[in-house]
Design a protein around this ligand. Structure first.
Ligand SMILES: O=C(O)CCC(=O)C(=O)O
Ligand SMILES: [Fe+2]
Length: 277
């Protein structure tokens, strides 16, 4: 008989440093987190297709207990990342199997998966699962690190080509990437002889996204260093604004309204109410 500890679902929460990195980059990548035998099964499942579910379906209703997708979501590192980002019982916004045929398809325009989304203290995440190794020729998802807090309207960014510092995903089989809903991204043309599969699930949180991760390293100086990172495509002035917006998000995520970097938010929030005597 398995013990209670074994029966309880395991999850490995993110650290504060990893969360800060997500807040700065807008994504989290878990390389080869899905074992080979599951990837073989996953490829067949994706090739068969996964039927859509209505917006807002709880994970437990969207995917049967023993189904492939449920087992994918219950891998300890996947479960822990999801729980750290959107809490224990997120709902499924939508999911989709993206298939890119060999030498087929146009590159998508650079886009965010939403119209302008102005939520300052909440976000959705998009899980992207790659069951096979993705080479550069296979047209893995392109994304622009640090773009998620710059408010855009869907594919209005489509005219931008090849931003400095962009990432064209090349990854081992079984890689899972979590994207903040605002991250600019695009599937690329598949120039290889292999079909490329990717399964995306967008999750909506159902709880306040505050301190859902392992906060034991919250005061690690590396947290601030992660939040303060610059990306090569940023303009100097707007780059500061991106970091300002990260401070606001970090305040919301930690509940610590005194957190700041170089007093940027503190300065512009200073509005004394007390009348002079
Ligand atoms: O095919 C891809 O790599 C990206 C597809 C996409 O934009 C999405 O799933 O939102
Ligand atoms: Fe997209």
């Amino acid at each position: 008989m398995p013990s209670v500890a074994v029966m309880e679902k395991r999850h490995e929460l993110l650290s504060s440093v990893q969360m800060a990195r997500f807040v700065a980059h807008g994504s989290l990548r878990l390389d080869a987190v899905v074992p080979a035998e599951m990837n073989a099964e996953g490829l067949a499942v994706l090739a068969d297709g996964v039927s859509p579910v209505p917006y807002g379906t709880p994970v437990s209703e969207a995917y049967a207990a023993d189904s492939f997708v449920r087992r994918l979501l219950e891998l300890p590192r996947v479960a822990g990342a999801l729980r750290s980002l959107v809490g224990q019982q997120p709902t499924v916004d939508h999911h989709f199997v993206h298939v890119r045929d060999p030498h087929g398809g146009d590159a998508q325009p650079l886009h965010g998966d939403a119209v302008i989304d102005v939520r300052p203290d909440a976000f959705d995440v998009q899980l992207m699962y790659y069951p096979q190794a993705v080479t550069l020729e296979m047209g893995g998802t392109l994304s622009v690190p640090g773009s998620h807090l710059r408010r855009i309207n869907e594919s209005d960014t489509g005219r931008y080509q090849n931003l400095r510092g962009q990432s064209r995903l090349v990854c081992p089989a079984g890689t899972v990437v979590f994207l903040h809903h605002g991250l600019w991204h695009a599937g690329r043309r598949n120039d290889s002889d292999t079909v490329r599969y990717m399964f995306k699930i967008r999750f909506n949180p159902t709880v306040r996204q505050q301190r859902l991760w392992d906060t034991s390293d919250l005061n690690d100086p590396q947290v601030t260093r992660e939040l303060d990172v610059m990306f090569p495509w940023y303009e100097p002035a707007t780059g500061r604004l991106e970091r300002y917006n990260r401070v606001l998000l970090w305040r919301a995520l930690t509940g610590d309204d005194s957190f700041d970097i170089d007093y940027w938010v503190t300065r512009v929030s200073n509005r004394p109410q007390e009348a002079a005597v």
